[in-house]
Design a protein around this ligand. Structure first.
Ligand code: SAH
Length: 381
């Protein structure tokens, strides 16, 4: 495990009020960028040129945009590619195959992303909000509350930036090209609906309009905002939906995922099955295994009955305990029994690998740590 250089958080930034960032080309589709470039007094085709540098070549330094007249490079890059993310800390583990980035946004808010390399693919896990308003008690981000929604470009730029890191060959033993994006960082993506959907459109649009990823390689994870799940099904997108279920019964889910008090297990599963039917995509059911809380054999059986015969896959996540939490991960034998019961019910089930554990890979943990213990963290990294 290695640690990359630390940049300390600007103390002045902390007192700033949350505010949306400057406009960036990734906020706009190609025709919007062309209109903007024309407004700036430049020929429309410059929009395509700058887009090609950003999305196609993963270049953001105006010096390297040699097909643009030297006199306009700085100005165009300044207008279209303002700095949105400043790296505060980057940590690597799993022999460099997992890299976590903590970013400072223009208003001092902190968000994080994770780059994960596998032999056959490269995945980034990105944030959709600074903080989160969903208040799930086992999640570090949920403890801090919502600061603000991220802009479309702030969401997209996490993926583009880390695609550049992957392209530089930083993830040994993995392909250099980013292939998968999961919305499993900080925030509730469906609570920032229009910006998240616009970000997905940028991620899947072919270069130079976007990053050219396959829709099927994008996963949106949600606590279960039922109207938004239904709306997402009606977009002409077929991204994978991940539903953070964590309990098969309303009594426990009301506590673990408080939004369940609004939309019950049966309603959220109905929306998930409709999503699967409309898109043809198997829904991923996320279930954090929490010792003596949601890991009982009877809950496995109940979950099995709810999911049997459905277009669903269960992803069990060993709980990554948050600092000061009263909860712990389930013991391995308990986890194995849970898996066995689900599979006996005919439900496809896997246990998620614990990538990034050592660098606080669980939702929100690095940003929640902020800069207060940065030195001790770097020393042990
Ligand atoms: N708000 C969205 C996406 C962000 S969290 C959602 O809830 O789905 C991504 C996943 O990590 C969710 O399934 C979430 O429940 C899970 N998670 C959060 N904190 C965790 C922890 N401490 N240990 C294990 N999984 C956690």
């Amino acid at each position: 495990m290695t640690s990359l250089p630390l940049i300390s958080v600007d103390p002045d930034a902390r007192g700033r009020r949350p505010s949306m960032p400057p406009r960036h080309l990734a906020d706009l589709d190609l025709s919007g960028r062309q209109a903007l470039v024309t407004e700036l007094g430049e020929p429309a085709f410059r929009a395509k040129q700058v887009s090609n540098h950003y999305f196609g070549r993963l270049v953001r330094d105006p010096e390297r945009m040699t097909d643009l007249p030297a006199a306009t490079r700085e100005r165009l890059a300044g207008e279209l590619l303002p700095t949105l993310l400043t790296p505060v800390r980057e940590l690597a583990c799993d022999d460099g195959a997992t890299r976590k980035a903590l970013w400072r946004l223009h208003d001092g808010s902190l968000v994080e992303s994770v780059l994960m390399g596998y032999p056959d693919r490269v995945t980034v896990c990105i944030s959709s909000q600074a903080g989160c308003g969903m208040a799930c008690p086992f999640c570090a981000t949920g403890q801090a509350g919502l600061t603000r929604n991220l802009s479309t470009a702030e969401i997209v730029d996490q993926a583009v930036y880390l695609a550049g890191v992957a392209a530089s060959g930083a993830v040994a033993g993995s392909p250099p090209r980013l292939s998968h994006v999961v919305f499993m960082g900080m925030g509730e993506p469906l609570a920032n609906y229009s910006r998240v959907v616009a970000a997905i459109r940028r991620l899947v649009a072919p270069a130079p309009e976007g990053l050219g990823l396959s829709q099927r390689h994008i996963t949106v994870s949600t606590v279960g905002l039922v109207p938004a799940i239904r709306r997402l099904a009606s977009e002409d997108l077929s991204v994978t939906l991940a539903l953070s279920l964590h309990a098969p019964d309303d009594e426990l889910r009301d506590e673990l995922v408080p939004v369940n008090q609004r939309w019950k297990v049966s309603e959220v599963l109905d929306a998930a099955w409709d999503y699967a039917a409309t898109t043809g995509r198997r829904v991923s059911i996320e279930y954090a295994m929490i010792k003596d809380v949601n890991d009982q054999p009877w809950r496995a059986d109940l979950l099995g009955r709810l999911l049997a015969g459905k277009l669903a896959h269960v992803n069990l996540i060993p709980l990554n305990p948050t600092p000061g939490s009263r909860w712990d991960a389930s013991p391995k034998p308990v986890e194995r029994e849970f898996v066995r019961r689900l599979r006996d019910a005919g439900v496809s089930t896997t246990v998620r690998d614990t990538r990034g554990r050592e660098i606080d890979g669980a939702c929100g943990q690095l940003a929640a740590a902020g800069d207060t213990d940065g030195d001790s963290r770097a020393a042990t990294a």
